[in-house]
Ligand binder design. Structure first.
Ligand code: PLP
Length: 370
């Protein structure tokens, strides 16, 4: 067999280099590299417009944005969250000295199971931190109802949900705060990057202080803030990416449709469908391998690798299996049966705008003919 190219789970979209060079030239000329520069300000404005939100504060990465979101609302004690996410969701709580309390997920959307939240609330609970997993919106109205009833804050980890809308309203408009990631592997990237979305000017101001050491002005520090500012190179990349984002999400949608067409009717393989009323962003294409398939999930995963196709088992292992968390009561597998099951079935197939039709055909043929 001839040497085959490697196909990874994702590949970042990069705009034409000469367009980026033009931004770099301006940055060199101005010598303003970070601290709320021109492109930083432009990007905050442009993102508010594109996403349909009121206030955004840009960050150097999503994890620092999560950590700062928790600081913004002075969350303490225990926070209810999901084990079925990237580990940073719980790590952000850990860095704030907060105990994550894991609640199981729903089998349809892979988001936190609303019917199991109330049973996990204790006198120490101060907030809920759900994740819009694979960009599937959480049932935000119901979460608000629970949060209001028990006096809890809601911080959404919206790292997967760039541009996602419910009935034409951004999913970022729900919850007290939403946190985004613009990491290289995400639908929209600024190399590394992130943001907090909020709904009023005073909160935006506080977030801006916190990401800049807590400085409110030259001589006043209002809190032990951190350094999490987005720099001008990242911000200019963000401005350029916005020019191509609609086209890229459209390409992802076409890829998802082709995968679905090719994979339907394979016994033991299932996948997600678009939810009605939702504008999706197609960050990942997870498939779920059950007992009816001719091989185990890991056998399929290894077989794909042998063919130079590098899927990823997002999210396996569950966060609740990692060493900082596994001894907690809520991390016990019997508390999280759906998450445990899904985590053992999932493979995310390659998904990125420049993935070629021929590659999709090859990937799905391997799955079909193994
Ligand atoms: C990527 C991701 C993060 C972390 O974002 P970074 O920008 O990489 O720090 C947090 N939560 C989820 C669900 C993610 O996918």
């Amino acid at each position: 067999m001839s040497e085959k190219k490697q196909i990874l789970v994702t590949q970042p979209f990069l705009p034409p280099l000469d367009e980026f060079n033009e931004y770099l030239r301006q940055i060199w000329e101005s010598k303003w590299l970070t601290n709320n520069g021109k492109f930083h300000q432009e990007l905050e404005k442009a993102l508010c417009e594109y996403l349909g939100i009121k206030y955004i504060s840009l960050f150097s990465n999503g994890t620092l944005a999560l950590i700062t979101a928790i600081q913004t609302l002075k969350i303490t004690g225990e926070v209810i969250t999901t084990p079925y996410s990237f580990v940073a969701t719980s790590h952000a709580l850990w860095w704030n000295n907060i105990k994550p309390v894991f609640v199981d997920i729903e089998p349809e959307t892979f988001n936190i199971d609303l019917n199991k939240i109330e049973a996990a609330i204790t006198p120490k609970t101060t907030a809920i931190m759900p994740v819009h997993v694979y960009g599937n919106p959480c049932r935000v109205e119901k979460i608000k109802e629970i949060a209001d009833t028990y006096g809890l804050k809601v911080i959404y980890d919206a790292a997967h949900a760039f541009g996602v809308k419910i009935n034409n309203n951004s999913v970022l408009n729900f919850g007290d705060l939403s946190v985004m990631s613009f990491h290289a592997t995400k639908v929209y990237n600024t190399f590394e990057g992130g943001a907090i979305v909020c709904h009023d000017e005073a909160t935006k101001k506080r977030i801006d202080f916190l990401k800049n050491f807590g400085f409110a002005n030259e001589t006043t520090v209002v809190a032990p803030g951190i350094n999490a500012k987005m720099n001008e190179v990242q911000a200019s990349m963000g401005l350029l990416q916005l020019k191509y984002i609609d086209e890229n999400i459209e390409k992802r949608k076409k890829i998802a449709e082709l995968y679905r067409k090719n994979l339907k009717d394979i016994k033991g393989i299932s996948f997600m469908h678009d939810l009605s009323g939702v504008k999706h962003c197609y960050p990942y294409f997870p498939i779920f391998v059950n007992e009816e398939y001719s091989r185990t999930r890991d056998e399929l995963y290894e077989e794909l690798k042998k063919n130079n196709i590098y899927g990823r088992r997002y999210f396996y292992p569950l966060i609740s299996h990692f060493s900082p968390y596994r001894s907690m009561d809520s991390a016990k597998p019997e508390n999280l049966p759906v998450a445990e099951k899904v985590s053992n079935q999932v493979i995310c197939l390659p998904m990125y705008p420049e993935l070629e039709i021929e590659d999709i055909t090859n990937i799905t043929l391997i799955i079909k003919n193994i």
